[in-house]
Write a protein that binds this ligand. Structure first.
Ligand SMILES: [Zn+2]
Length: 348
């Protein structure tokens, strides 16, 4: 629920409806009536004051976990959930699963200690080639190049633009960087990398091959130190391309290769793959077959919906839905239970 622009009377009614919705008795009733299904949350970065990066506040994640737990919503590991779904086994109660994409260092510095302390299972998806080579994610390079450039115009053709005109205000520059990232997201990886090289040259910015701490992923020794029954890791390709744009050979190298990298490095990686980007257009049935062919149980996407392990006919394990964490902790239980068992958004 979000508060729309309302007149004072309707606003008061809306506030009342929210109070009723958030009341503990309402939440308990919703939980009792809810189907035994799970929601998988997808998180990315956590705000770390020491690193100075943007991201979700860890306190917010803690509040969501405590609220879910207080209503007896199970906090399951992704491994547990997918094993339930593979066996068609019904969950004991409605459940929530936490996953974190990409493996930035802020997970180790501020989030992992909290998940461990609360005993809340979490699965982190690693881009194994980026971790091994301590390289940049391409979208961070775009942000840094545009931030550091002293040019006012960068003669690089991009989508409908003939050139990139750099605003002087930092906020406008950041917005521009996000627009450039969006435009480059749907370019095959090889072409995109060439475009990034061109962008750096024309912007007059030569970045170090290794990103600063702010943009760095966890090194392998940190990953192995964090690996535990609470904190597990799964594969997320080697270089983070949009798989639907890649050739069969490239997709196989990314999917099978990242799973192999994790098995070589870790004690017990989670046999569940995570598609980069994750929307329906960003992966194909071929990629699902590659996941299963590599010996993994399934894969997570970024699509609305719930996981219902005992669903007649079975849950599609190669495209498990995920959603973002609600921005109010009081909304977390309903994101699992729906309202009177009905999903808030997406299919059940
Ligand atoms: Zn990712």
């Amino acid at each position: 629920m979000s508060e729309p622009g309302l007149d004072p009377t309707r606003r008061a009614l809306w506030k009342m409806a929210e109070a009723v919705h958030d009341a503990r008795i309402t939440q308990n009733i919703l939980r009792a009536l809810a189907p035994r299904r799970a929601v998988i949350y997808m998180l990315h970065r956590f705000h770390d004051p020491a690193l100075g990066n943007d991201g979700i506040a860890v306190d917010h994640v803690v509040s969501c976990i405590r609220t879910l737990r207080s209503l007896r919503i199970d906090l399951l590991s992704l491994r547990d959930l997918v094993e339930h779904a593979a066996a068609g086994r019904m969950l004991r109660r409605p459940a929530a699963v936490f996953t974190v994409d990409d493996g930035y260092r802020d997970f180790a510095s501020v989030a992992a200690p909290v998940f461990e302390e609360l005993g809340c299972p979490v699965t982190v998806f690693l881009t194994s080639g980026i971790v091994s080579d301590r390289r940049w994610f391409w979208w961070d390079r775009v942000r840094c190049i545009l931030d550091a450039s002293t040019r006012t115009r960068i003669p690089v053709r991009l989508g409908a633009r003939d050139e990139i005109v750099l605003p002087s205000r930092p906020a406008e520059r950041r917005d521009l960087a996000e627009a450039v990232i969006e435009a480059l997201k749907w370019v095959p990886a090889r072409d995109r990398d060439a475009k990034l090289e061109e962008l750096g040259v024309e912007a007059g910015v030569a970045l170090d091959p290794t990103p600063p701490a702010h943009y760095a992923t966890m090194p392998w020794d940190e990953v192995t130190r964090l690996e535990s029954p609470v904190c597990e890791f799964g594969p997320h390709t080697r270089t983070h391309p949009v798989l639907s744009l890649e050739s069969d050979a490239s997709a196989a190298w990314e999917i099978e290769g990242s799973w192999r990298d994790l098995r070589e490095r870790l004690r017990r990686p989670v046999p569940v793959f995570c598609y980069p980007n994750g929307t329906r257009a960003s992966f194909t049935a071929r990629d699902g077959r590659l996941v299963r062919g590599a010996g993994m149980l399934g894969a997570v996407a970024y699509e609305p919906g719930f996981v219902t392990p005992h669903r007649p006919g079975g849950q599609d394990l190669t495209a498990l839905p995920r959603r973002t964490l609600p921005n109010k902790p009081s909304r977390a239980p309903t994101s699992v239970t729906g309202v009177l068992g009905l999903p808030i958004r997406g299919r059940a």
